[in-house]
Design a binder for this molecule. Structure first.
Ligand code: SIN
Length: 491
């Protein structure tokens, strides 16, 4: 890891403004997924540190929530500025521990920082309401208040963006946070927490508690049981999300769940095929297919199936697979062996049931966690890749005949995060957009993620929205004030 500022690599937890070792000095390794080499070791926290983090966040809450909205906005803005100053180092950290190519890592720093900037601005527009009174002598007012301490549990696929888009609205609303970054990628979140401190965000407002896969549950269990933690926000798999939701019931925490997806990407006969290929490259191969909004099933209408398949295979074949140290890299390694094994299993299962490999289909010659960008044709709904999220660089092409069939196929999943479709017919655009059972729809567009729009799903993809003008609401209670006795006593 070649960083301009070496001390952005932090190995300890951040608790109450102090960089803290695990009580007995226990650590866990952070590996480079491109070659399995050891990057560094990080404090492997447990129940003691988890509780200390809640104590700190709880203590900091009155001070932080008592600040003027404008003061919180200024501190968040300063944090954003520092994220931008250290953009290149942060991108290197992401690439080192997560594997994505540098262009995508730079994009992720910008994307994560944009949430901080956005919520710095939103903090100042935290309006309440005045409701027309039902009786002459009173006023009815609604104010928004921070929920309190928030637990943030974040994934490895966007180690900066996912934690930034939870911490920024929480802080803007006046909450304090305890965060557990993913085991594979703790360094990026520790680095941005260091920059938050330097921006002047007070001790205890942001606490980061890294833990290994073996100890993660110990940390999270403390937060689930602690009634002072008033909200939990999680990005990750649906089974883990369901577990967290069940366990949060004892203390009735507020919840935001950004869970698994199974996004359809539909190409209709009337689509601009070149635009659809361009969109598919982004929607499918961004982060080597490791995003929850990645197109998982490409549904292509009969009339353009062969032409689209050929064009897509041609474009995918040009993607350069290489470690992030190669400046021309476009597709990096997957996060670990388990991820590779899943893609391999999906390909083998599909081929055994009649799918044909148009491109790729096996582990890459680079070895390790690299997999060839793959296009499969003649894919059917009996194959595992239809019902399971592949989370890798595999584009399976299903064939359909009618619009109704495409919509039925698209909705035939318990998940409902994102969907994409390509069509030039305005009537169809409105019909299909309304019929798709998802939280987000890309229409003639493969890149939908932005801080200005509400990110989140429906069905078993979860609930809550991140980003946009709605994003702060998830961290607030609304309180109704009934002010009486306002009538004129002389009347
Ligand atoms: C995710 O994969 O969880 C988020 C992807 C995004 O924000 O675009």
């Amino acid at each position: 890891m070649k960083l301009e500022r070496l001390n952005l690599v932090e190995n300890n937890a951040l608790i109450n403004g102090a960089w803290t070792q695990e009580a007995s000095g226990r650590v866990f390794p952070v590996l480079n997924p491109a070659d399995g080499t050891l990057l560094t070791e990080v404090a492997d926290c447990g129940a003691v540190e988890a509780k200390a983090a809640v104590d700190a966040a709880n203590k900091a809450f009155p001070l932080w929530s008592g600040k003027l909205h404008k003061e919180r906005a200024q501190l968040l803005r300063r944090w954003f500025d520092l994220l931008m100053v250290h953009r290149e180092d942060l991108a290197r950290l992401i690439s080192s521990e997560q594997g994505k190519c540098m262009a995508e890592s730079r994009g992720e720093v910008d994307y994560g920082a944009a949430y901080v900037e956005w919520f710095a601005e939103e903090a100042k527009r935290d309006y309440g309401d005045v409701i027309p009174e039902p009786l002459k002598d009173r006023k009815v007012i609604v104010i928004r208040q921070p929920v309190g301490v928030v637990a943030c549990i974040t994934p490895w696929n966007f180690p900066i963006a996912m934690i930034a888009r939870k911490i920024a609205p929480a802080l803007a609303a006046g909450c304090t946070v305890v965060c557990k970054p993913a085991e594979d990628t703790p360094l990026s979140s520790l680095a941005i927490a260091k920059l938050a401190e330097e921006a002047g965000i007070p001790p205890g407002v942001i606490n980061i508690v890294p833990a290994s896969r073996q100890r993660a549950a110990e940390v999270v269990d403390v937060w689930l049981a602690d009634g002072r933690v008033r909200k939990l926000t999680f990005t990750g798999s649906t089974p883990v999300g369901k577990h967290l939701a069940r366990e949060s019931a004892n203390t009735l925490k507020r919840l935001s769940m950004e869970l698994g997806g199974n996004a359809p990407f539909i190409v209709f006969d009337d689509a601009d095929l070149d635009a659809a290929v361009e969109g598919a490259l982004v929607a499918k191969f961004r982060n080597s297919g490791q995003t929850c909004v990645c197109a998982n099933r490409l549904l292509v209408q009969d009339g353009v199936y062969d032409a689209f398949a050929a064009k897509l295979a041609l474009a995918v074949a040009k993607l350069k697979v290489a470690p992030a140290t190669d400046p021309d890299a476009e597709q990096g390694p997957l996060i670990n062996e388990k991820a590779i094994a899943k893609v391999e299993d999906h390909v083998q299962d599909a081929v055994s049931k009649g799918a044909k490999v148009l491109l790729g289909g096996k582990r890459h010659a680079l070895g390790g966690n690299f997999f060839e960008p793959t296009v499969l044709i003649d894919v059917t709904t009996e194959m595992k890749l239809c019902s399971e999220e592949t989370f890798g660089p595999l584009a399976p092409l299903f064939r359909f005949k009618t619009e109704a069939e495409a919509v039925a196929l698209a909705n035939d999943t318990p998940f409902g995060l994102a969907a994409y479709f390509y069509s030039k017919d305005l009537g169809r655009v409105w019909r299909v957009a309304e019929e798709l059972q998802v939280g987000m729809v890309g229409i003639n567009e493969g890149r939908i993620s932005t801080e200005v729009a509400p990110f989140g799903g429906i069905k078993e993809s979860g609930y809550g929205r991140e980003g946009s003008k709605y994003g702060m609401e998830d961290y607030q209670y609304i309180k109704y004030l009934c002010m009486g006795g306002l009538g004129d006593p002389t009347n």
